[in-house]
Design a protein around this ligand. Sequence first.
Ligand SMILES: Nc1ncnc2c1ncn2[C@@H]1O[C@H](COP(=O)(O)OP(=O)(O)OP(=O)(O)O)[C@@H](O)[C@H]1O
Ligand SMILES: [Mg+2]
Length: 259
Amino acid sequence: MLIAFVSAKGSPGVTTTVNALGGIWPSDVVVADFDPAGGDFALRHRGVDGEPLDNDRGLLSLAAAARRGTGEADLGEHVQVASGGLQVIPGVTRPEQFTGIGAAWPAVATMLANSPFDVLVDCGRVVPGTPLLPVLTAADAVIFVVRPGIEYYAHLRERLRWLAEPLHIGELGSIPLGIALIAGSSDTSAPRDLDRLLQYDGHQVSVLGRIAEDPKAAGALAGRWSRRIDRSLLIRSARELAESARALAMARTRTSARS
Ligand SMILES: Nc1ncnc2c1ncn2[C@@H]1O[C@H](COP(=O)(O)OP(=O)(O)OP(=O)(O)O)[C@@H](O)[C@H]1O
Ligand SMILES: [Mg+2]
């Protein structure tokens, strides 16, 4: 199962959400950092030995293998285990390295889609013309991470409009779209309000759930604090989101298996 996480604009919390989900995902999972603006995983994670992650294993080595056509070999060669046990594919540290991947994207996407693991990809901000389109179109689900607010919603609706064609929204076998809303516990109406707005617009997308606004747990996930967060609001909300995200992606997996 391949799930792509994106934002429409700003920095709503995609990386944090993907890391939180990776930590509690109920089956074998790899989290991949494909943010075109430059990855954060290598900055936020250390290896199990406490040393920085290895620069030579990650998205760039994966793209090189895909380009050589040895892509089917083993995704595991490009995965590193971070302290805490999370399996990660670190991204590029400089955005210009991203352009070098070029024509290898479809092969990279195929490798991820065929992986025996579930793969959660941080795709960062999605803009028209994104080189990551092959990853989005190979995914079993694409999930927008959004914060409440008129400006966030406006950019979200714009991106949804643009993605409708490449993701074949509205057609049989289209790629399911979902939304994870990062909101405080007092903001109980936000998911319902956004859902209504999108239905009114005619977008075929549903709000999967809320990720708790929880600065302390988010800081711990980014390596800014070391504290136990298993029982934090953020991790508890991530468990619920994991269930709805898996259900969304599984519907797609079943449809493509039938076709
Ligand atoms: N659930 C959350 N609760 C509170 N703060 C959060 C949450 N998720 C993220 N944050 C905070 O928001 C900021 C941006 O988070 P993050 O880096 O995950 O966003 P992003 O969407 O990946 O941004 P970018 O596109 O710049 O990579 C960080 O300071 C992070 O700690
Ligand atoms: Mg990010």
